[in-house]
Design a binder for this molecule. Structure first.
Ligand code: ATP
Ligand code: LTN
Length: 334
């Protein structure tokens, strides 16, 4: 029987596009590494995607694709709860409540809101603004101890902690206060052509990112073209050598070694050889994932069955927290 005292993990990824090496090293790779030690809820956060206009048919396809990718990355559906956010109504319900305990001043400070408002200036909607409240609800519903995320989500997690503490101070212990889990090397993978910018799946220049299901020869080509600097030393220095530092981070994260190990391994080698070695390491890491991903994606019945079972488990856990919250704020319970 499973140990009921296992600590709890929650994390989510939006099905808003093809996932990149950044998503993999910042989030997904760690999801499977943590699954033995923790009770994990890994969610396809489909509701979050509506903050930006989506094509309905494409959203549906990408939601299945992300689930298939979770499985392909080795997340075991027997050990973890893999589910769709929209299958658990408590996310939206708790989000409403928490919104009433979140200050506009706090939301105004969110850098992702500021960035996305600039990028989508024709559609600065209420959801984009209150997005961090829904994210707080995602996390707090499951009494999560730990939340694996990339660096860019740290501010949202801080907000979730603050709102949880505020609620607990008013009503007594209700929510566990979650901690972020940010990987050392993979936390912020940068663009291959513009290494001062985050690698992002919504980038319009495809040379900037590597997709998780990219073909080997394209991966090799993109690394070959990756921007470096006019020097010749393979040394980690983000300010002076952002391109090489990014490649060192990528190689270290893929191999699970430190930056110093990578520097030592390639000391004295030429940039061209190093770039090829990073390309091979990434292609080798991603190849089996791509293969499994395509297998899982074909099996829609299996995916639907899994979603149905897991929605039930997630609903069970989430409704306990929601019930407690409703009780605490004074809603009539039948
Ligand atoms: P977009 O780039 O389109 O704004 P996103 O990739 O940041 O979207 P998500 O798909 O929701 O947004 O991100 C999923 C997870 O991947 C998050 O935990 C996020 O922190 C992480 N992540 C995203 N980009 C990177 C990156 N370049 N390096 C490391 N982690 C990343
Ligand atoms: N906001 C995150 C996705 C996300 C998430 C979550 C991550 C939504 N809810 C809960 C961790 C925990 C993003 O844009 N990357």
């Amino acid at each position: 029987m499973e140990n009921p005292n296992k600590k709890i993990i929650f994390s989510g990824i939006q099905p808003s596009g093809n996932l990149t090496l950044g998503n993999y090293l910042g989030a997904l790779k760690n999801f499977s590494l943590l699954q033995d030690e923790y009770r994990c809820y890994y969610c396809v956060v489909d509701m979050h995607t509506l903050t930006v206009r989506q094509d309905p048919a494409a959203l549906k396809e990408r939601s299945y694709a992300l689930l298939a990718l979770y499985l392909a990355c080795g997340i075991d559906p027997e050990k973890n709860v893999l589910f769709m956010q929209s299958h658990v109504p408590a996310h939206a319900e708790l989000s409403w409540i928490l919104g009433c305990y979140t200050y506009m001043g706090e939301l105004n400070r969110m850098t992702q809101f500021k960035d996305k408002s600039k990028r989508h200036s024709d559609n600065i909607n209420g959801g984009l603004y209150t997005y961090p409240v829904l994210m707080a609800a995602d996390i707090l519903l499951y009494q999560s101890d730990l939340v694996p995320i990339g660096q860019d989500q740290k501010q949202h997690l801080e907000l979730a902690r603050n709102v949880a503490e505020r609620f607990n101070n008013i009503y007594g212990d209700t929510f566990k206060i979650p901690e972020p889990f940010i990987p050392k090397q993979g936390a912020k993978i940068m663009s291959l052509q513009e290494p001062d910018k985050k690698m992002s799946k919504s980038d319009t220049n495809a040379n900037n990112f590597i997709l998780i299901n990219e073909e080997r020869d394209i991966i090799m080509k993109k690394f070959k073209r990756a921007v470096t600097d006019s020097g010749n030393e393979i040394r980690f220095d983000e300010a002076e050598k952002p391109g090489i530092s990014n490649l060192i981070n990528i190689y270290s994260a893929v191999k699970g070694i430190t930056r110093e190990d990578t520097e030592r391994e390639f000391a004295g080698l030429r940039y061209g050889d190093f770039k090829a070695a990073v390309g091979i390491a990434v292609a080798d890491e991603l190849a089996p994932i791509k293969e499994k991903y395509e297998e899982f994606l074909k099996n829609r019945d299996y995916l639907d069955r899994l979603l149905r079972q897991n929605a039930e488990i997630a609903n069970g856990a989430a409704s306990q927290t929601l019930r407690d919250v409703y009780e605490k704020v004074g809603f009539v319970q039948l």
